[in-house]
Design a protein around this ligand. Structure first.
Ligand code: GGG
Length: 355
């Protein structure tokens, strides 16, 4: 007798449109699971700004321990105007990334068939790259503080932290990913202006290049790199950046590929010591939350990355193909992509395409 493959997923829909798109991603993943003969079991956690308003915490103190026993974590969005953004982010997303050592944030950027890029004359062959963001150190550090609050000497300082272990492992991840793709890595730097951490970043990039002699490389300061994303998106295969630079580039990338509403993100612990976490790149979008018009594609694509990570590559390809089919016609695309569908209409098209 063979036992059916099954996976336990912790879901954290979170805030705003997170609560609208995560159920769509779950239903799409379920449909793919049925088609490919495995099962998904879901445990939902209400960690959110709403919870913060009631309890004073975005998640319980032992939140990371509560999700550790799962095979993966599926997260919607965090942040709502009733809670300061730094409180919601540092109360949920950032501690989960750190406590579970999810150091590689992988954010694919692809212009899908049927989607118009805001860049004139660009088609699917021109925009297909992956932003690899260092996810647990760098500029997002709590080392620092404020002095002389409310006086004219008021002072704020923040220390960016770049460790050799942290930088080397994200570089290695990027180079290994490039070896499975077109064999090219671009480093996002700013070593002319940021005088300690970024020359160190460049040195470690050079060391990683030496460890991966078959991979071609380029490096650009972040300012001109943003211009190249717009002017020459076809130059890029894998782009590796620090926590801040990767965060910025992975919003710009999807924008040139049509909409941030389609961009997925995998927060990976490549060694698999802890469950990895999958989420749309977008936030909670309070301006459109509750209207039923959010684009569910980023959440579904994030679910596809999750299935891929769980070893269900065929189901992941099924989900990706269903997304592409749904994006081909304006009636089944949401408004951010120039379509007329609401969230439910886009979901119907995706589920129908899964078959
Ligand atoms: N989908 C997760 C989410 O809410 N992202 C919005 C955000 O501000 N993320 C910050 C980050 O990824 O560091």
């Amino acid at each position: 007798m063979t036992t059916q493959r099954s996976y336990r997923i912790a879901t954290i829909p979170g805030d705003g449109i997170g609560k609208e798109v995560i159920p769509v991603g779950q239903r799409a993943a379920e449909a793919a699971a049925r088609r490919h003969g495995f099962r998904l079991g879901w445990s939902e956690f209400d960690w959110s700004c709403e919870r913060y308003a009631k309890t004073g915490r975005m998640m319980p103190e032992d939140g990371a321990a509560q999700v550790k026993g799962h095979d993966a974590i599926y997260l919607g969005a965090v942040g709502f105007p009733n809670v300061p953004d730094h409180v919601s982010l540092w109360g949920l997303l950032i501690p989960l990334r750190r406590e579970l050592d999810l150091y590689a944030n992988v954010r694919p950027v692809r212009l899908m068939r049927g989607v118009a890029s805001p860049l004139t004359g660009r088609g699917p062959a021109d925009i297909d790259f992956v932003v690899v963001r260092e996810n647990v150190e760098g500029e997002y550090s709590e080392i620092g503080g404020r002095l002389y609050h409310g006086t004219d000497q008021e002072t704020a300082s923040q220390l960016a932290v770049f460790t050799r272990r942290g930088v080397d492992r994200i570089m290695d991840y990027a180079f290994q990913l490039a070896q499975t793709r077109r064999g090219h890595v671009t480093s996002a730097t700013k070593s002319n202006g940021i005088v300690h951490t970024m020359p160190f970043w460049d040195e470690r990039f050079a060391a990683a290049k030496a460890r991966h002699p078959g991979v071609k490389t380029a490096q650009f300061h972040i300012d001109i790199l943003t211009a190249h994303f717009v002017l020459h998106p076809d130059w890029f295969d894998v782009v590796v950046g620090s926590n801040l630079f990767g965060d910025i580039l992975s919003d710009l990338g999807p924008a040139v590929a049509g909409s941030i509403g389609i961009a997925p993100s995998a927060n990976l612990n490549p060694e698999r010591n802890f469950p990895s976490m999958f989420e749309p790149v977008h936030g909670s979008a309070p301006d459109i939350a509750g209207q039923g018009i959010a684009n569910p594609v980023a959440a579904v694509w994030a679910a596809a990355m999750m299935l891929d990570h769980l070893g269900e590559a065929e189901a992941a390809r099924t989900l990706e193909a269903a997304i592409e089919t749904s994006l081909e016609r304006p009636e089944t695309r949401t408004r951010d992509l120039g379509g007329t569908a609401d969230t439910a209409g886009a979901e119907r098209a995706i589920i129908a395409a899964i078959g």
